[in-house]
Every structure is written in structure tokens, then in C-alpha cells.
Design a protein around this ligand. Structure first.
Ligand code: C5P
Length: 224
């Protein structure tokens, strides 16, 4: 039996990834957090592609793509990214990566480099992918599309608590500023901007628990 392809897009810290992970487990499909791919490339750039002023040298990054190997290991329904055989799950959540990722993600070369891997993973169905351009660009023919949104204060609190629980130092105002800046760059960029696909269902989960958001999504998907 064919399993569904589900696209979840939306603003930063609307719970896309944690919600998608649980839905994947409930439906017996896999989950890919595509933000982790952009964060992974940003982490690589910060390690290997800095210029004399410690800024990311984009040309050096683009010419280094041939040295980047992406692998995905299925760990309890989660497709965990290994970059050059290293699990960088924790490294990609640092403030340094968050502060640089949207500038990296707006580059056409970066988006082109990551597009095929994402599409290949969805070829056989049975996947829930979350990001910013999944319903619009990566998987325009997905069986189900959702667009998550929530108030900026609620999202800031969620990201702040997530960072603290990961043992990463955080300041609520700084977290909020970063979310606002990323949403602006993501929405205004020329290539694959953050926007709702015309056929996506919008869910504002400001006042919903994670469980309620999951139940709402499952109520659409259950008759597949
Ligand atoms: O989902 P997360 O907040 O971890 O994503 C980090 C950043 O990666 C986003 O702010 C955005 O710049 C970029 N991104 C993107 N397209 C996606 C997923 C993430 O541009 N599909």
C-alpha cells in the first residue's frame, strides 16, 4: 500500500519538526527536517570556508560542494543527517549556525545542491518533510500540504526552551530577534521564498498544544 507524502512548511519555531517526527512514527513513515540540511551546510561553511575577516566565503563554499557527502540514517523514523560521516545534530543548533543559516539558505547554489537529495528521499512515498519550500518547490505534488504559523512571542518562548533543554545558552530577546530576522530573509529571498502553497491547509497553533496540532494534521491524513 502506498504511503503518503506530506509537506509541512511554516515560520521558524512553529513546532514543524517535533510535530512531524511524531506524525511519522504514528503513520509508520519517515521524517526529514530539511532545516537540518541548510544548517549542516552552514556548519560546514563556518568550519571550512571563512575568509581573512572570519566571514563565510561563498565562492569557496560553492567550490567545496564536491567535498560534502550527505547521508541519512533512519533512527526511529527520523532521517538523521550525517555530513561527511559525522552526526552533527547538536552542532547545527548553535547560535552561530542560527545567525548565519538564512544567508546561506538564500543562495541559489546551495538550494540547487540540496534539492535533488530531498526529492530522491520522497520518490518512494512514505515521508513527511518539513521546511520552508516543501509544498511550493521541493514536493509540489505532495499528497498533503500544511502551513504552520504562530505568534512571534509564542514561537520565541518555544525556541528558547528548546535551546535550554539542549544545554545551549540562550537569551529570550536574542532568540526573538533571530526568529524575526530569519523569517524576513526567508520570506523576502528571490529563490524558493517561505510562502504558503496555494493548496496548503493553514494551521495557527499559537493556542494549540503540540498534541492538538498533531491530531488536527492526522484528521486530514487518516483517510489516505
Ligand atoms: O527549520 P529551521 O529553523 O531549522 O531552518 C533553519 C533555516 O534553514 C531557515 O531559517 C531557512 O533559512 C532555512 N531553510 C530553508 N528551506 C527549508 C528549510 C530551512 O531555506 N526547506
Amino acid at each position: 500500500m502506498k504511503k503518503p507524502v506530506i509537506a509541512i512548511d511554516g515560520y521558524s519555531s512553529t513546532g514543524k519538526s517535533s510535530i512531524s517526527k511524531i506524525i511519522a512514527q504514528k503513520l509508520g513513515i519517515v521524517h526529514l527536517d530539511t532545516g537540518a540540511l541548510y544548517r549542516g551546510i552552514t556548519w560546514f561553511a563556518l568550519q571550512n570556508c571563512l575568509d581573512d575577516h572570519d566571514n563565510i566565503d561563498l565562492q569557496l563554499l560553492f567550490s567545496s560542494f564536491s567535498m560534502i557527502e550527505l547521508e541519512f540514517k533512519n533512527v526511529e523514523s527520523e532521517l538523521v543527517l550525517y555530513l561527511n560521516h559525522i552526526n552533527i545534530s547538536k552542532e547545527i543548533r548553535t547560535n552561530e549556525v542560527s545567525e548565519n543559516v538564512s544567508l546561506i539558505a538564500k543562495q541559489k547554489e546551495v538550494r540547487d545542491f540540496l534539492l535533488e537529495s530531498q526529492r530522491n528521499l520522497a520518490e518512494k512515498g512514505g515521508i513527511i518533510m518539513d521546511g520552508r519550500d516543501i509544498g511550493t518547490v521541493v514536493l509540489p505534488n505532495a499528497d498533503f500540504k500544511f502551513f504552520l504559523t504562530a505568534s512571534i512571542d509564542e514561537r520565541s518562548k518555544r525556541r528558547y526552551h528548546e535551546l535550554i533543554s539542549l544545554g545551549i545558552e540562550a537569551d529570550l530577546q536574542q532568540v526573538k530577534d533571530n526568529l524575526i530576522a530569519r523569517d524576513r530573509i526567508d520570506s523576502e529571498r528571490e529563490i524558493a521564498p517561505l510562502r504558503k502553497a496555494d493548496d496548503a491547509t493553514v494551521i495557527n497553533n499559537t493556542d494549540l498544544t503540540k498534541k492538538e496540532t498533531i491530531e488536527m494534521i492526522l484528521s486530514y491524513v487518516k483517510n489516505f
